[in-house]
Design a protein around this ligand. Sequence first.
Ligand code: GDP
Length: 440
Amino acid sequence: MFNNLSEKLDKALHVLKGHGSINEVNVAETIKEIRRALLDADVNFKIAKEFTNKVKEKALGQNVLSSLKPGQLMVKIVKDELTELMGGEAAGINLSANPSIILMSGLQGSGKTTFSGKLANYLKNKKTKKPLLVACDVYRPAAIDQLHVVGEQIGVEVFSDRDNNDPVAIAQAGIAHAKANGHNVVIIDTAGRLAVDEAMMTEISNIHNAIAPQETLFVVDSMTGQDAVNTAKAFNDVLNFDGVILTKLDGDTRGGAAISIKSVVNKPIKFIGTGEKMDAIDVFHPARMADRILGMGDVVSLVERAQEQFDEEEARKLQKKIAKNQFGFDDFLKQIQQVKNMGSMKDLVGMIPGAGKAMKGMDIDDDAFKHVEAIIHSMTPDERTKPSTINVSRKKRIAKGSGTSIQQVNQLLKQFDQMSKMMKMMQGGGGKRMMQMMKN
Ligand code: GDP
């Protein structure tokens, strides 16, 4: 995410390293580099200029009062200003009505249908919400099918009417269906066109007027940079929407849309899409995004993702197993699955402060666990609970079955053994022993 921008900003901020203080000259040089980095990331020219002017003003004004080094001070100022530019605080969605109606808008291909599914799934997982998805794209039967596929995948009902070609009527029928069947959230997926045109605007505006949604969300592909901002403006002029959804932030996005959109339409970015899967959705937090842009990682989001995956009851059971020396390969497999559920490896590594920079150019493999999983799957249930029984002939069989080598099997067994010992030590108040071991 935003690798290029992060790198260039890092370089710009490096200008001040080694300088004892901030002055007109070194600030001017830094500012020039920051502005160039923003323009390269496809940030709107006016916004880039305003942004750097503010940063400059703050930097020259605060220097005397600060005990921070010039480099650190500048990073802080840039971070605060970026956060502000992207909206300051995270903005929630309004779900107070029953049912709460959420209208999705945006161009075709922006990720509306995918995001409708993600949002339904996100709300469904909150337990108190029972969403209904409504398919209002009357032009593309494939779009209706797509929403049904998504609905099935996440276990959320989808309302559609293939015989009706009036999207307003379908939306209204969908809401009536929701009321009659106890759905407290209705997510309405609408048709998009490849570019902004009048017919599309009239149609979405008619739906909007007829159903008076609590939330009108505008979905936009972040890869489209400045175009994203222009489209947002066109939709906002007609719909006066409540929030923006930025999709495809997992791709090689330059960052311009994320940085510019809020100040152009004065509407917050509410969620981001970070992949094609149904769980690739995150609440947009401006401060955390600023951290990521500045290569400072996003530990808070990382911890939150971990918390979503690991449940306390399971953790307690695991602890008991470890204490009794019963932690086996099946448990290990479960742990791997949980880590995988947290997101793509690239994405996770990007959340660790400094890791993005340190691991630059390295190929981060999302299939990192593939061999490990294959080896475990080739073990019998007994072997998984008692790895000590795995002798040479068994190793041969496992390697063959998993398409790996005996060395790889040996390596996994060794790692597993070390890990089990370590976990046992951590358990039995062995922190001290462990420290001792690490010192030796
Ligand atoms: P719609 O025409 O606006 O409904 O767009 P779709 O939901 O059909 O999405 C268009 C394409 O973008 C599909 O191939 C999706 O899988 C893909 N897509 C949607 N959101 C994301 C995202 O956050 N990341 C990535 N990588 N792909 C996405």
